[in-house]
Unconditional design. Structure first.
Length: 293
């Protein structure tokens, strides 16, 4: 297992006023704050559209040191709801798969720094791994305890010590695994299973392909069927315990010639129909929670 540890630095302020503002917003009708990380951990699939927001997660999301470009996407990625749904807490060992430029690293690493452990299972050497390493080295006060391991889709190895992780999180990556190959995708899910403790959570978010579509689209469009994610996870030994519509977007029809990258933030069509795609927003996404028995 390859580990990369950034130099440690002095703790910075937590911006309590800003955090309190976000906490107050989450306390509005219809959205609750709870300290119980298992409040939504039912033994059966849960299709709730809402999540109970944990206070530590809300504080981490409210950190004003996050890049403005990242914060602007909260309306589409719903980090407070998503991480709370997966039951992430500050004292856990959490592995994030392929964090690249670190959209979620900015939230997770500071949250886990004092009592927990954040492991970034990055891509093999290349621009995406370099982006992770660059972010980690940019601010030792926030990222000094981050550990970087490697997840190579062609040869999945040990992303964390076996049975050590409380959670493995993968955001918008399963379609990339499938583009490498079905066998490779299955091996990757097996590596997730190996890293987790019994009872550990696998949290998956990905662009959702309607179930009635041709499965061949999973290889080219960037979208993946919920049933395919469930198939890969259950074959690796996981049990599906929840599904949420936290990251749903009914405006997304998933039928673009250039795939999901037609939508923000990529906007691969450039200025062509730009207003149309901005009005749709980011993709419709499945949010699935599995556990290792």
């Amino acid at each position: 297992m390859r580990l990369y540890n950034a130099m440690s630095g002095r703790e910075t302020l937590r911006h309590p006023i800003f955090a309190a503002t976000l906490l107050a917003a989450f306390a509005a009708p219809g959205v609750a704050i709870a300290a119980d990380p298992h409040a939504d951990h039912a033994g059966h699939a849960n299709h709730s559209a809402h999540a109970v927001i944990s206070a530590p997660v809300a504080t981490a999301v409210a950190d004003s040191r996050r890049k403005e470009a990242n914060r602007a996407r909260d309306q589409y990625r719903h980090p407070a709801e998503t991480l709370s749904y997966f039951g992430i807490q500050p004292d856990q060992t959490v592995v994030e798969i392929w964090p690249s430029a670190g959209w979620y690293t900015e939230i997770l690493a500071p949250m886990l720094k004092d009592k927990g452990r954040y492991i970034a299972a990055a891509q093999p050497p290349g621009k995406y791994r370099t982006a992770t390493e660059t972010l980690v080295s940019s601010d030792p006060a926030r990222f000094g305890k981050v550990e970087i391991t490697t997840l190579d889709p062609k040869a999945p190895g040990e992303i964390a010590p076996a049975g050590s992780a409380d959670a493995v999180l993968t955001f918008r990556n399963v379609h990339n695994f499938l583009m490498t190959g079905d066998a490779e995708a299955q091996a990757i899910f097996a590596s997730f299973y190996k890293a987790l403790k019994p009872g550990g959570v696998l949290g998956v978010v990905d662009h959702r392909l309607p179930e009635g579509r041709d499965a061949a689209a999973e290889k080219t469009s960037g979208y993946v069927k919920t049933s395919t994610i469930v198939r890969l996870a259950t074959a690796a030994g996981f049990k599906l315990v929840g599904q949420s519509e936290i990251n749903a977007n009914p405006k997304d029809k998933a039928d673009y010639p250039k795939g999901v990258w037609t939508l923000p933030p990529v906007l691969t069509e450039g200025d062509a129909d730009r207003a149309k795609y901005l009005a749709i927003g980011e993709s419709d996404r499945a949010t699935l929670k599995f556990v290792k028995p």
